[in-house]
Design a protein around this ligand. Structure first.
Ligand SMILES: NC(=O)c1ccc[n+]([C@@H]2O[C@H](COP(=O)([O-])OP(=O)(O)OC[C@H]3O[C@@H](n4cnc5c(N)ncnc54)[C@H](OP(=O)(O)O)[C@@H]3O)[C@@H](O)[C@H]2O)c1
Length: 329
């Protein structure tokens, strides 16, 4: 059957300009990190991706190493793109990244020129694309000169393989340093994709939001639900085999019970706002205009639909904000 996108899709979800660039992102983007790769039947992945697009999510986030097995998330997206989304290419913001371990040998990771250029070529092939919209250096490279990383990203823009560039997991200081080089080169740098959610506020403490704003870029928040912790899934307990991401490991420092009681207190505030915890968590991040988009992951259509209802209530009273701060202390 030929896919036809939902006609009302742009009336469902707010979207935002990234600083004063020409790039516009949906308030919520959809990421394919570990939910829709090789362990998931393609038909299921297709359902979730197309539901996202029908719901107003026109930005899809990938990386060379996403899967679980390297490259398989991009391949999944590529299949859905080739068969269903290709006619909509001009509406889509497709992003990918390179820098975590991608292929054997010392050149299969980090941000040297050869690694970044080879990685993007492979990503384009896997996704059946001529270009991506944002190409990110996925992590800070302690050994490669920053100029080389910046020049490589700039070159990829000049070659037409990406329209914009970004960095990911860079601190405020590292972001400031590369932004200066981009400014000299005239590279269209649009943002830093970092872990940011109610429970993980490093981006605020570090001054990253301000640095990005000053440099005409936005913050793209990944893991906005703290990998599912900020949903009603873990209100009773967090199982021992819970696969926590390294950026969230510190959340278990005081024991899982302490975290579970915080989640319940947050859930109470959400309920009083007429929302689920996940919906409040997304609205809470998006109250700051410097957050250009939040990148969610889901392997179930019900989860996606549930979360997107966040836009029914995006404003917070001072009292709600105070209560939330007290819980998060
Ligand atoms: N730049 C980086 O280094 C980096 C690192 C990590 C992630 N990211 C990006 O951010 C994206 C999202 O990351 P994430 O997957 O950690 O995001 P997340 O949205 O915080 O968490 C997704 C998890 O939450 C669960 N979930 C979502 N909605 C739910 C609901 N209503 N009820 C119960 N459970 C729910 C999902 O379960 P189901 O699968 O069962 O639906 C999934 O396990 C990634 O795909 C990737 O694009 C980037």
């Amino acid at each position: 059957m030929v896919y036809a996108a939902e006609e009302q899709r742009y009336e469902k979800l707010p979207y935002r300009r990234v600083s004063d660039s020409g790039l516009i992102l949906p308030a919520v983007s959809f990421g394919l990190w570990r939910n829709l790769g090789d362990q998931m039947p393609l038909e299921n992945s297709k359902k979730v991706i197309l539901k996202a697009f029908d719901s107003g999510i026109f930005s899809f986030d990938n990386a060379s190493n996403y899967g679980p097995s390297n490259g398989t998330a991009e391949e999944t997206f590529g299949q859905v793109y080739k068969h269903d989304l290709k006619p909509y290419r001009d509406e889509l913001v497709i992003t990918t990244k390179a820098g975590y371990h991608m292929w054997p040998g010392p050149l299969g990771e980090f941000s040297g020129k050869k690694t970044l250029t080879a990685a993007l070529d492979l990503s384009l092939k896997r996704m059946h694309l001529d270009y991506v919209d944002i190409f990110y250096a996925h992590r800070w490279d302690p050994n490669t000169r920053l100029e080389e990383t910046a020049y490589a990203l700039d070159l990829l823009v000049k070659q037409g393989k990406t329209l914009y560039v970004g960095v990911s997991n860079y601190t405020a200081e590292q972001t400031e340093a590369i932004a200066k080089i981009f400014a000299k080169l005239g590279t269209p740098f649009v943002g830093n994709q970092v872990s940011y959610n109610m429970l993980n506020r490093t981006a605020e403490a570090d001054g990253l939001l301000d640095v990005l704003d000053t440099n005409h870029a936005g913050l793209i928040a990944y893991g906005p639900l703290a990998e599912g912790l900020l949903t009603d899934r873990y209100l009773n307990n967090i199982p021992d085999d819970y696969p926590i991401h390294r950026t969230n490991e510190f959340l278990f420092e005081n024991g899982k019970e302490v975290l579970v009681s915080k989640l319940n207190a947050l859930n109470q505030v959400a309920a009083e706002r007429g929302q689920k915890l996940s919906q409040m968590a997304l609205a809470w991040l998006l109250k700051d205009e410097r957050v250009a988009s939040v990148v969610i992951g889901a392997s179930k259509v019900e989860h996606l639909v549930d979360n997107l209802a966040f836009s029914d209530n995006m404003t917070f009273s001072d009292d709600e904000l105070k209560r939330i701060e007290n819980i998060l202390k």
